[in-house]
Design a protein around this ligand. Structure first.
Ligand SMILES: [Mg+2]
Length: 249
C-alpha cells in the first residue's frame, strides 16, 4: 500500500521535569512515541524547561531521552536550535521589555526565604524558595518588584524565576513554531507547573497538563481549555502525542 504523502508536521513542545521525566515507564513510552512520530517524518520536538541548557542536556542524557530539535531553556528566556550535532543560540532574536538583573537582585536581597541561584544567564534571576508557602513568597516578590516590567513564576514548588516581561515559555514555543513554519493549531504543549502556564494558555492546538501536575495549576487552568490527562508523566505526553498526530495526519 502506498503511504499517503505527509502533508504537514506537528510541533510537540513539552516541559521535562515532572512532565516527561518522573517515572521510568513513562519515559520509555515517551521515547517510543517520539521515535514512531519521527520515523513517520511528522514531528518537531522541543523541550521547554526551567533548566539552563547544559542542565537540560544532562537530564536528557541521564534519562536516555530523545534529543530534541529545539530547546527553550530558562523558562523561555533562551532558545536554541539543535543542528549538526551542536546548538545554535537564537536567544538574541527574542525581544523583551527593559531589564536590569542587578536591580532585581538588589530589591530582593536579604529576603529570608530566597536563596539566590548563580546561573550564568543575563536574562533570568533565580532563587530557591525555602518557605513552606512558596506562593506567599511569590506575592512578596511581586510586591518588592512593583513598577518593574518583569514576570515572576514558580518552577516546581521551590524555585522562583524572575524574567523580563515578554519572555516566557509561551513566547519561546511561538518562536520555535514560527521558525519551523508550523501553524499554532498544529502545536501540542504539555507541562505540569506554574511556569508552564504561559505555553498551556498560549492559544496552541492542544494543551495538556500531565495527571501528576500541581493541584493549584490544575485548579487555575480547568476552565481555560487545557486538558488534564488521566495518566501521568511521559505516559500522558506519549498518549497526547499519538492522538494529536492521528487526528491531523
Ligand atoms: Mg515541570
Amino acid at each position: 500500500m502506498d503511504m499517503a504523502p505527509i502533508t504537514h508536521r506537528i510541533l510537540l513542545a513539552c516541559d521535562l521535569d515532572d512532565t516527561v521525566v518522573g517515572d521510568t515507564e513513562g519515559e520509555r513510552r515517551f521515547t517510543q512515541a517520539v521515535k514512531r512520530a519521527r520515523d513517520a517524518g511528522v514531528l518537531v520536538l522541543a523541550y521547554v524547561t526551567g533548566r539552563y541548557l547544559a542542565s537540560g542536556q544532562r537530564l536528557v542524557a541521564e534519562h536516555d531521552l530523545p534529543e530534541p530539535d529545539w530547546w527553550g531553556c530558562d523558562s523561555g528566556a533562551t532558545v536554541y536550535r539543535v543542528a549538526d550535532g551542536g546548538t545554535l543560540d537564537l536567544t538574541g532574536e527574542l525581544s523583551h521589555g527593559p531589564w536590569d538583573a542587578g536591580i532585581v537582585r538588589s530589591r530582593l536581597a536579604g529576603h529570608p526565604a530566597l536563596v539566590p541561584q548563580d546561573f550564568d544567564n543575563l536574562r533570568r534571576v533565580s532563587y530557591i524558595v525555602t518557605n513552606v508557602e512558596p506562593r506567599a513568597v511569590v506575592r512578596e516578590v511581586k510586591g518588592a518588584l512593583a513598577g518593574m516590567e518583569v514576570d515572576v513564576a514558580l518552577v516546581k514548588d521551590n524555585c522562583l524565576d524572575v524574567l523580563p516581561a515578554g519572555l516566557d515559555k509561551g513566547v519561546a514555543v511561538a518562536f520555535i513554531a514560527e521558525h519551523e513554519g508550523i501553524p499554532a493549531g498544529d502545536v501540542l504543549v504539555a507541562g505540569d507547573s506554574e511556569n508552564d502556564v504561559p505555553m498551556l494558555t498560549g492559544g496552541f492546538g492542544r494543551s495538556v497538563l500531565v495527571g501528576n501536575a500541581e493541584a493549584y495549576v490544575k485548579e487555575a487552568l480547568h476552565d481555560k481549555g487545557v486538558i488534564v490527562a488521566t495518566t501521568s508523566h511521559g505516559t500522558a505526553v506519549a498518549g497526547a502525542l499519538e492522538s494529536f498526530i492521528s487526528e491531523r495526519i
